[in-house]
Design a protein around this ligand. Structure first.
Ligand SMILES: Nc1ncnc2c1ncn2[C@@H]1O[C@H](COP(=O)(O)OP(=O)(O)OP(=O)(O)O)[C@@H](O)[C@H]1O
Length: 364
């Protein structure tokens, strides 16, 4: 078995019957036991990709290999895949136990009633729903119903688990709890999982790696921390992170990066981080708000700005200010001694900055 290339997506394409190209030409691999998030804005092709892996849609080009073999000619029911949907898709007239047992009561993997019950009970324990065994799904909360559908997807001990926005119908607090549970469960069971979400925070927290899509094209395929620290292009930088990245319009000339009210010599940037020569022209300098910080001494700062507003987000505060019509943010500790309307001098952590050209390509 090839553990590093357990799932191989090769030059996959999907053009729907109406001519709409939902997936252009994507390739990626998933390791055995890895939890991979397919992330991107609405309509970028995440569900289309998942449905092709499940066999619910036939790609119009490319190949999908599982454990080294193409599965394109394998019927969905024979692909040995568990699928968890956003809306749980439970059978309302059956009890929780009957729902979880159901996949083992039909088809070629049918088990004896006793064995099916034993397996169902094991997965109901793992997903903390054993006490609801005799209740109907309609009586359960959203989080409990989703646990039932996860248990039902796992009882056949599939090779691959697909989850399509499984947390979207849950309230914010429950989402955090269930996502921790899902990660712990898939790691315990050791199942290779593709998890679709449009929520970047969810993807960063749950995934071993993230595949970030936009308009049917993969923008970046990397470990969560890598995608945060080293975005491949401006789309990725803007999509990942909360609060969002600060973008400053700058011009490069005379060996300087010049913005509205600040000038930075190119020599102040880390020369090792340049991916290309920074030629004269117009660029975007981007920094995550934690890398834009108040300084006491003007000599350590790059510009001074009036604070428009301050937002409290738990143990941190977001200082909001405007440069050249663009709203910017600085993330500071809750104790920071700053009030709205204060004039604040800001320092920049240039070792963590990004510079993008007009096409969104990363230069630094
Ligand atoms: N049967 C279809 N025929 C034509 N176009 C379709 C069909 N199904 C989906 N699409 C289009 O393909 C694109 C990708 O859809 P898909 O459902 O894969 O996106 P998604 O990233 O999962 O988005 P969401 O998060 O909104 O579900 C969308 O623009 C969608 O409108």
């Amino acid at each position: 078995m090839n553990e590093d290339n357990f799932i191989q997506i090769k030059n996959l394409k999907m053009v729907y019957e109406n001519g709409y190209q939902a997936i252009s030409d994507i390739s990626f691999t998933v390791k055995k036991g890895e939890l991979v998030c397919l992330l991107g804005p609405s309509g970028c092709g995440k569900t289309t990709t998942l449905n092709m892996v499940a066999g619910l849609l036939n790609p119009t080009g490319g190949d999908i290999l599982v454990d080294g073999k193409s599965v394109l000619n394998v019927a969905p029911k024979d692909r040995n895949i568990g699928y968890v949907f956003q809306n749980y898709a439970l059978y309302p007239h059956m009890t929780v136990l009957q729902n979880v047992m159901f996949p083992m009561t039909v088809g070629k993997n049918k088990k004896s009633k006793e064995e099916a019950k034993q397996i169902a009970e094991r997965f109901m324990r793992l997903t903390h729903i054993e006490e609801y065994a005799n209740q109907k799904p309609g009586k359960l909360s959203g989080g409990q119903q989703q646990r039932v559908s996860i248990a039902r997807a796992l009882v056949q001990q599939p090779k691959i688990l697909l989850m399509d926005e499984p947390l979207s119908n849950l309230d914010a607090r429950l989402r955090l709890k269930i996502r921790e549970e899902i990660r712990a469960l898939v790691k315990k069971v050791g199942i290779t999982t593709l998890f679709v979400t449009h929520d970047q925070e969810e993807a960063l927290s749950i995934g071993d790696k993230i595949i970030l899509f936009n308009e049917g094209v993969i923008q970046q395929d990397a470990a969560s921390y890598e995608i945060y620290l080293n975005p491949a292009n401006q789309f990725v930088a803007n999509f990942i992170g909360n609060p969002v990245v600060d973008n400053f319009n700058v011009e490069v000339s005379d060996g300087k990066v010049i913005g509205d009210g600040f000038e930075i010599p190119i020599s102040a940037f880390d020369s090792d981080r340049f991916k290309k020569n920074l030629t004269d022209g117009v660029y975007t300098l981007s920094l995550r708000p934690e890398n834009v910080f108040p300084v006491d001494n003007q000599a350590d700062g790059f510009f001074t700005c009036k604070i428009d507003d301050i937002e409290l987000i738990g143990r941190e505060r977001i200082l909001k200010f405007t440069i050249n019509g663009l709203g910017q943010r600085s993330l500071v500790k809750v104790e920071a001694n700053v009030e709205p309307s204060d004039e604040v001098c800001f320092g920049l952590n240039l070792d963590r900055a990004f510079i993008f050209d007009n096409n969104g390509e990363r230069i630094y």
